[in-house]
Design a protein around this ligand. Sequence first.
Ligand code: NAD
Length: 368
Amino acid sequence: MTTYKIALLDGDGIGPEIMLEAVKILKLVAERNDVEFELTHAPFGASAWFECGSSFPDSTKAVCDAADAILKGPIGLSHEESKKIPVDQQPERGALLPLRRRYNTYANFRPVYLPRGLAHFSPLKPEIIGEGIDLMIIRELVGGLYFGLKETGVNAEGKRYVKEVLEYDEDQIRNILKVAFDTAMKRKKVLHNIHKSNVLKSSVLWNEVLEEVRVDYPEVEVIHILVDAAATYLCLKPTMFDVMVMENMFGDILSDQGGGILGSLGLMPSACLGDNKAYYEPSHGSAPDIAGKNIANPYSMIGSVAMMLEMSFGMTQEARNLWDAMQGVFAAGFSTPDLSKADSGVKMISTSEFGDRVAQALQAAPKP
Ligand code: NAD
């Protein structure tokens, strides 16, 4: 039997609630398969700051270093609450970016998926959703503006100023583009390259490197779209996309729009891969507005487990079973409240009931 060590970073807000459902599923997967999961919870984010005086304590780093994979809940506080933590220790700057940097998890996969039968969850018209939305956003995760040099101060004219640097070298660009081309090869062999080369020099270099990389992928059709236009097409014609690749900040913003066109960020799991370590997390934040109410949608967290099973542990069939189990809960007419209005005919269920129903459906699936 294979044993995998998994670091569980519950995080803040709805993090612990949706992590409970992920753990429920992990335990069931272990029962059904010839694997053992050694699960270790470790503090991370704002809760870690209040508990231990650090958003990413050394003890958590040690648990992550020893893990075969990391499952991370969302972190962060409301805008007002954030002010209780020093700026550099606030969850993204103090924990999330250091986590990404520590393991160089440069390749972020954010699937945006809604089958035709669930078009009623989306704010888009059914005719726009057509046969369904199924695209993969590939976001560069450890470069660009979020990781560049930052400077604040007072200039010669006595005015406060800020300077943040957007930096990429050609290797960083090449690495993420290879991931995108490889992904396109496994899917429809069409890659939408999202950039802003009419304004940003970083996009000019990005596109130069793309021309070099594409030589190795002659079967992949490349379609260039400016990021602003891509935002429009995501609403007007999302089915035109299959694999989209983009730099860090563009991916942060467009992938949340991806959640928007599905109907909720609760439908957005993700995988963050480096060459030696991977972590998995919902794409969304800690949703302080609904925390502690047992109404958050755990799909994003359980979907992140499915991505972990496939991408870190090679358990492709069980991952498929898990996706099917979650879609089955929706298809049977249930959802958490983020996806449906009270009079929509959909039966509203809680976070824990969603997890229970997914577990029941998975239990019923043939063992791999
Ligand atoms: P958010 O993603 O937390 O919430 C935006 C909206 O989506 C809210 O209405 C929320 O209720 C809803 N939502 C999000 N996830 C949901 C789920 N699983 N089920 C149902 N509804 C869900 O964004 P925000 O409010 O702008 O940010 C809150 C905090 O999260 C901030 O501190 C922010 O910095 C942080 N954040 C963290 C991450 C991360 O951990 N990777 C990502 C984004 C934001």
